[in-house]
Design a binder for this molecule. Structure first.
Ligand code: PLP
Length: 449
């Protein structure tokens, strides 16, 4: 029964990113099955998954083809590694497929088991690259405040979330600059474009202040996801691209969320017109059906790395055959059903049109949406653009209302965020927006009590 399961959970499980004690007192919600964009919990509730799990189930739940591909692969070769001088067919085929789908500068991938492992790999790759080039002083990686690049010690350091830094040692040679969060951080009277340029130029001034000979790379997500779905003003990415072009640094696009169709292109860098040297992937590569990550490395970087002999890095599950088989089946579905085009031309614009009407709600400061990833900034004063005094309290309250209302939204501070599966229908979008509006009304009513 649900009660028995909850008791076992309370006794034995330490939950990620949770206050396990508080969660146990409340009782966790147990998800038992899923189909399309709908989850079912152990009490039989049908819940609209506005977050694609953790931003990953791009092709939706219940895709038999992926299940079949994994089962077939497991029967044939459940495991072998890609270390030393061996490999296997799924890894070979997936590497070639990724070279085809990513922008033209990318033809090689390093496989990992997750986004965090991918970003740890990036740190080592970048340092290796400059060592081989005999520029060993180039070690610093510049990232952004509130960025999320994963949870391992190194990836958590690369991220810019202070609560994570507070609970773990931060590795040296990582710097954080401002995020392009116009709504929350622009100066009085500043236009979005002025703000975008000013924020981008923090990269240039940081490079100047520390010395270009010490800076190895800049890492960023095209749209900061876990940081709150921060969509940069139009001026931001072109200016960042200029700075990266003019300076001897590598540009890393963390596409763990934005990759595989989320923003209406295969990769977020294509939506924003940037040319990364390294592209980080995970999540949508398999739509979450199996754990897999990867780091695509541009030819100009590969050319140097190949001069360096052994790269002393790798994971037991780098290019796991069943995970690669899941990825191949997942990408087949995305191509056959033209899901990226669907986001760009159909469901993306349809959701955006409806979502933007939520900006008129008295509680909402802004309601950005790009492709199928968006946010609602909750504010006590939409004209003065002020924030709630007790940051995060209202966001959490709204998220809980939403959950009670059988819609999964996530709260980041006082921003509600969504990223539904790319297969969501028009009718399901209507339902999602109606439930989001109900959530806003319930939160507004509670605040007025
Ligand atoms: N990078 C980004 C942008 C992410 O959003 C995440 C996870 O949410 C990660 C990296 C870490 O991925 P994983 O949880 O697979 O380690």
């Amino acid at each position: 029964t649900t009660a028995e399961l909850r008791a076992l959970d309370a006794a034995h499980h330490l939950h990620p990113f949770s206050d396990t004690k508080a969660l146990n007192e409340e009782g966790s919600r147990i998800i038992v099955k899923a189909e399309g964009v709908w989850l079912t919990d152990s009490d039989g509730n049908r819940i609209l998954d506005g977050m694609s799990g953790l931003w990953c189930v791009n092709v939706g739940y219940g895709r038999e083809e992926i299940v079949e591909a994994v089962a077939t692969q497991m029967r044939e070769l459940p495991y072998y590694n890609t270390f030393f001088k061996t490999t296997h067919k799924p890894a070979i085929e997936l590497a070639a497929k990724l070279a085809e789908l990513t922008p033209p500068q990318f033809n090689r991938v390093f496989f990992t088991g997750s986004g965090s492992e991918s970003n740890d790999t990036v740190i080592k790759l970048v340092r290796r690259y400059f060592d081989i080039k005999e520029q060993p002083k180039k070690k610093i990686i510049i990232s952004r405040r509130n960025a999320y690049h994963g949870s391992t010690v190194a990836a958590g350091s690369l991220g810019g979330m202070s609560p994570m830094h507070d609970q773990s040692a931060v590795i040296p040679d990582v710097m954080h600059i401002a995020q392009p969060y116009f709504w929350g951080e622009a100066r009085q009277g500043e236009t979005p474009d002025e703000f975008g340029l000013r924020t981008a130029r923090a990269l240039e001034s940081t490079i100047d202040a520390l010395g270009e000979d010490r800076i190895a790379a800049f890492i960023a997500e095209p749209i900061q996801g876990a940081g709150g779905v921060i969509v940069p003003p139009a001026s931001y990415w072109p200016e960042i691209a200029r700075i990266c072009r003019e300076r001897d640094i590598l540009f890393i696009s963390d596409e763990v969320i934005c990759g595989f169709g989320r923003t209406g292109s295969w990769f977020g860098c294509e939506t924003f017109g940037t040319q990364p040297d390294i592209l980080v992937m995970a999540k949508g590569i398999t739509s979450g059906y199996m754990p897999l990550g990867g780091v695509m490395v541009a030819d100009r970087v590969v050319d140097v790395l190949l001069q360096g002999g052994d790269f002393n890095h790798g994971y037991t599950y780098s290019g796991h055959p069943a995970a690669c088989a899941a990825a191949l089946a997942n990408l087949d579905i995305m191509l056959r059903e033209k899901l990226v085009e669907r986001v760009a031309n159909d469901v993306g614009p349809y959701l955006k049109a409806q979502w933007s009407t939520l900006a008129e709600h008295p509680l909402v400061g802004e309601a950005p949406m790009v492709g199928l990833v968006g946010a609602l900034e909750l504010t006590p004063d939409k004209i003065g653009r002020t924030k709630f005094a007790d940051v995060g309290k209202v966001g959490t309250m709204a998220r809980d209302f939403s959950f009670q209302n059988n819609l999964v939204m996530r709260a980041v501070r006082d921003r509600l965020i969504i990223a539904p599966p790319l297969v969501i229908s028009h009718g399901e979008i209507d339902e999602l927006v109606a439930r989001a509006r109900k959530t806003l009304d319930a939160t507004h009513a509670e605040l007025k009590r």
